[in-house]
Each structure stands twice: as C-alpha cells, then as structure tokens.
Design a protein. Structure first.
Length: 103
C-alpha cells in the first residue's frame, strides 16, 4: 500500500483520544476511534470498525483492514480487494487528521 503518514500526527491523535476520550471495555474511545496500548507502552493502536493501525517502537506502523485475506472475499478481483482496502485506509487516515484538528 502507498500510505505515507506522519507518525507525529498519529501519536498526537493517540494522546488526544487518551486524554479526552471515554474508557470502554476495548480501550479509550473518542467519536468512533478507539486507542489501546500494550503494557510496556512500546506499541499503541488506533482503530475503528474497518481499520486498525499499530504504531510501534521506532515510529514504524502497520495497517490492518477488516478483510486482510483476498481469498476470503467473494466476487472481488485481487485488484478490487487491494483498492477497497486502500480506500478504507485512506478514509481512516482522513478521520484521524480530522480528530487531530478538532481536538
């Protein structure tokens, strides 16, 4: 995927969700984005219903989409599958940018 995002912005959104969101069973939620972190704090995650994003130590990150395996998606070509996942990720990035501006 061609995602190039600013990790500082991602971490800024994470902090805003953490400080201004509400605790739930699955993490801290602000609007429809949830954040979590592992016990040592070296990995944090942001997610909505379609996409999750893991931000790791040394500012590396990885996106996961609801349908990660093209073989499980019926009636889609591999290109359609990748385009659909890319669209979900771009929408998620936009959502995070909006949260960063709003809060």
């Amino acid at each position: 995927m061609k995602n190039s995002v600013d990790v500082r912005t991602l971490l800024s959104v994470y902090e805003k969700i953490k400080t201004q969101g509400k605790a739930t069973e699955t993490g801290i939620r602000l609007e429809d984005v949830t954040c979590t972190e592992n016990p040592d704090g070296y990995c944090v995650s942001l997610s909505d219903n379609n996409v999750s994003l893991d931000i790791n130590f040394h500012n590396t990150y990885h996106f996961h989409t609801a349908n990660e395996d093209p073989d499980t998606v019926i009636n889609q070509t591999t290109t359609d599958f990748h385009n659909n996942n890319e669209a979900q990720i771009q929408e998620f990035i936009h959502k995070l940018a909006e949260l960063d501006k709003k809060y």
